[in-house]
Design a protein around this ligand. Structure first.
Ligand code: NAP
Ligand code: ZN
Ligand code: ZN
Length: 392
């Protein structure tokens, strides 16, 4: 680890074959073919839960990949969004941005994917492709705003609102599609597309290496991936949890130590022991006790985005140890592929519980109650057949 390094090394330029050569006019020359009706599950209002819907998916354009979705992970962000907790949500909304499936059709300019390939799609399906962030492989920080996989205006597709992976099919530009390594269980890979890369990115940003001490706050979907990835990078991992019942499970996952974050003595004993904290808590909480567990030049990355305000950060806690308080948003496309390849090499996948479509509402309630080890994944073969007419 390079303590306190303020700027990350540039990520590898995304390996996007044909990036420079694709003629935008190619779209116009292509036979648009026909779109399809996809089965889906989504929300029609903030408080009505999820119900069956039928989506119209566009016909693949020149650069598009049509994917028959097999699995989609359930992220806590899906709960925040579908329940309108982040405000300003458009409905109907089909959530889901941890997508794994097989390619069913490709557009005329696609040479890097062929039907039958197993692929993944994460949290974004487009970005401007021109700004400094996009050109640096940091599409998630696109200066013009990335296009999220669901609930976002898709400016290259008639300003349609994107609809996510709780669905039987999706059509995505090839630049935002990644390859799923063949040696990993595809259902357990799905959560890597968000929870995996969201925790991999800050671990890499701070160059975590053998012997570094990484703290993980909150043992849910993101948190358990942070534990597995940090261990695979050679770190010593300390888990902070509010749930006493998760202690044995955290140790089983590979944590070297588990600290009950509401236990003041246990927190005091952890004073100045940690280099980097990955905080994945989905609700407002006081960060100041966690800053006290960091060494000089330590850093805390907050990944959770609670809908309500957090208690104020004490500047003195940061200043006295030159601590960095940072945030981090998912990861770029090249970094997502790098993470998948890293997971393939180290045999890392998520611990999952497969759910049927008709269990989605119950799964949301269980996720909010912290009753999941550690990621629900929708088996899309349990979706109803699409209706004859699209709802969206
Ligand atoms: P999750 O599976 O529900 O895990 C969240 C964990 O937070 C829980 O398991 C729990 O761990 C802890 N927690 C403590 N108090 C809590 C409370 N009052 N309510 C809920 N959780 C509490 O959620 P996730 O899918 O990992 O997502 C975590 C957060 O990251 C969400 O806010 C999500 O929107 C956000 N997120 C951010 C990004 C990004 O790019 N930055 C990407 C994906 C998700 P313990 O029981 O161990 O205390
Ligand atoms: Zn997510
Ligand atoms: Zn951009």
């Amino acid at each position: 680890m390079t303590p306190g390094r303020p700027v990350p090394p540039p990520l590898a330029r995304p390996a996007l074959p044909n990036d420079a050569v694709t003629d935008p006019a190619a779209d116009l020359d292509t036979d648009p073919g026909t779109g399809l009706l996809a089965a889906a599950y989504g929300a029609v209002s903030p408080d009505g839960g999820l119900a069956p819907l039928t989506l119209a998916r566009r016909a693949p354009k020149a650069d598009d990949v049509e994917i028959a979705i097999e699995f989609c992970g359930l992220c806590h962000s899906d709960v925040h969004a579908s329940r309108g907790e982040w405000g300003n949500q458009k409905y109907p909304l089909v959530p889901g941005h941890e997508i794994v499936g097989t390619v069913s059709r490709v557009g005329s300019a696609v040479t890097d994917f062929t039907p039958g390939d197993r692929v993944g799609v994460g949290c974004m399906v487009d970005s401007c492709r021109e700004c400094e962030s996009c050109l640096d492989g940091l599409e998630q920080y696109c200066e013009n705003g990335m296009t999220g996989t669901y609930g976002a205006k898709d400016s290259r597709n008639g300003d349609a609102i994107t609809q996510g992976g709780y669905s039987s099919a999706v059509v995505v530009d090839r630049r935002y599609v990644v390859r799923v390594p063949g040696n990993l269980d595809p259902a357990a890979v799905a959560p890597l597309l968000c929870a995996g890369v969201t925790t991999f990115s800050p671990l890499r940003h701070f160059d975590v290496e053998e012997g570094d001490v990484v703290g993980v706050v909150g043992l849910g979907g993101l948190g358990h991936m942070a534990v597995k990835l940090a261990k695979a990078m050679g770190a010593v991992v300390k888990v902070f949890t509010t749930s006493e019942g998760k202690v044995p499970a955290a140790l089983e996952l590979g944590a070297d130590e588990v600290i009950l974050s509401r236990d003041k003595d246990a927190m005091a004993a952890a004073d100045r022991t940690i280099d980097l904290i990955i905080d994945t808590v989905a609700a407002p909480h006081d960060l100041n006790p966690f800053f006290r567990t960091l060494r000089v030049d330590g850093a805390l990355f907050q990944l959770g985005m609670p809908s309500d305000a957090m208690p104020p950060v004490n500047p003195g806690a940061l200043i006295r140890r030159r601590i960095a308080y940072a945030g981090s948003l998912i990861g770029g496309i090249a970094e997502t592929q790098e993470m998948l390849d890293f997971c393939a090499e180290h045999g890392v996948v998520a611990d999952i519980e497969l759910v049927r479509a008709d269990q989605l509402n119950e799964a949301y309630d269980r996720m909010v109650a912290g009753d999941v080890k550690y990621r629900f994944v929708l088996d899309t073969s349990t979706l109803q057949a699409p209706a004859e007419k699209a709802d969206v």
